[in-house]
Design a binder for this molecule. Structure first.
Ligand SMILES: NC(=O)c1ccc[n+]([C@@H]2O[C@H](COP(=O)([O-])OP(=O)(O)OC[C@H]3O[C@@H](n4cnc5c(N)ncnc54)[C@H](OP(=O)(O)O)[C@@H]3O)[C@@H](O)[C@H]2O)c1
Length: 332
């Protein structure tokens, strides 16, 4: 079967299509024929060698949707032929608050979804919501889960709150935007692209600000302060958010794309009782709840583009440039 793997880092940003045998399901496992897969920035970090524990020859990909094509011993026969999405969590562990030391994500170090078939434990399967096609369903797992935990578990998002989603063009951020909006919060966005802001307003955002413009915070102040900010850029912009918060507001961050802040406005934080909260992925219960939420509200992921598996490398390049809006999906 055709699979997209990470190869020798002697070459700059190495990705290679290689032929691998179709995996065989052992006890408790299933083989899923991948119909669509989606990219996450994690895949690009791995491509650049900026991820821990990279194993050369591993098939990349954490996001996938498809049809169960083979069952290992002990797996309920009801799954055979089912249309599914795959929970990319592996070994979250028993503490719902934080992942175990063994925690890892499908697609490194184990073979992932950027292949015609993927092997997973049967308990990773969730039935595909019927309102989504395979391409839309494949967009959901990693980004949806990360956004769900950030918005609800840590962010405690509820109706009518003022919420700011930073860098809404990102694969996770667009889900944070959609989840907060479907909860009835009043949602503003930031982006480096006016087009993405305009599209979010069309989809129900109250307004948006271009973080590349010097005076964007003056505009943002007119929103009357935020109860919740969801961010993955990090850097000194965190201090801007601290200034924009309502008292007792929460800043939840799940990435630090622009690095660590050179300083942190602790005075304003303690006086205004601001929480700065890190978040990573989500536990298995949250994955099921996230899919239920998507099903109940008939949420449709924002998809930048769907292209053929052969064009996967161009999708990686686009993600690196940051020009996409929403998820980059590959159809197999
Ligand atoms: N902790 C976790 O579990 C977890 C899970 C998923 C991702 N992450 C991390 O979160 C980050 C985003 O991941 P992703 O997959 O969503 O990436 P992505 O799809 O590549 O999105 C990156 C987005 O970051 C935004 N951005 C860039 N510079 C910014 C700035 N100065 N201020 C605000 N936004 C800025 C851009 O938004 P605009 O296009 O709107 O300008 C861009 O589209 C990565 O660092 C990733 O490793 C962590």
């Amino acid at each position: 079967m055709k699979s997209l793997t990470i190869s020798d880092h002697q070459i700059s940003e190495p990705l290679q299509f290689i032929d691998k045998p179709v995996p065989q399901a052992k006890s408790g496992q299933v083989v899923v024929q991948v119909k669509a897969a989606a990219l996450n920035h994690r895949d690009q970090w791995i491509r650049e060698g900026k991820y821990p524990n990279i194993q050369m020859g591993t098939t990349l990909g954490s996001d996938g949707a498809g049809v169960v094509s083979a069952l290992g011993e002990g797996v309920d026969s009801i799954w055979l032929g089912k249309e599914v999405i795959i929970n990319p969590n592996r070994d979250w562990g028993t503490n719902s608050n934080v992942q175990s030391a063994q925690y890892n994500i499908l697609g490194m170090p184990t073979d992932g979804t950027l292949a015609e078939y993927v092997l997973v434990n049967a308990d990773r399967l969730v039935e595909k919501p019927v309102h989504l096609n395979f391409e839309e369903a494949a967009a959901l797992p990693l980004g949806g889960l990360t956004a769900f935990r950030a918005v609800f578990h840590h962010g405690q998002c509820v109706k009518d709150q003022h919420v700011l989603i930073s860098g809404v063009g990102g694969g996770v951020a667009q889900f944070a935007f959609l989840f907060a909006k479907y909860t009835g919060a009043q949602v503003w966005v930031t982006s480096g692209s006016q087009e993405k802001i305009t599209e979010c307003i069309r989809l129900g955002a109250q307004g948006g600000f271009n973080y590349k413009e010097e005076d964007w915070t003056n505009e943002a102040k007119k929103a009357g302060g935020f109860d919740l900010v969801i961010d993955s850029a990090g850097g000194d912009q965190i201090n801007t958010f601290i200034k924009l918060m309502r008292p007792a507001g929460r800043i939840v961050f799940y990435g630090a794309t622009t690095g660590i802040p050179s300083q942190l406005d602790l005075h304003r934080m303690f006086w205004n009782q601001i929480t700065l909260q890190g978040s990573t992925m989500g536990n298995d219960t949250e994955f099921v709840k996230m899919v239920d939420f998507v099903r109940m509200h008939e949420v449709r992921p924002i998809i930048d583009s769907v292209r053929s598996f052969d064009e996967a490398i161009s999708a990686f390049d686009e993600m690196k440039s940051g020009s996409q809006f929403g998820k980059l999906v590959l159809s197999l």
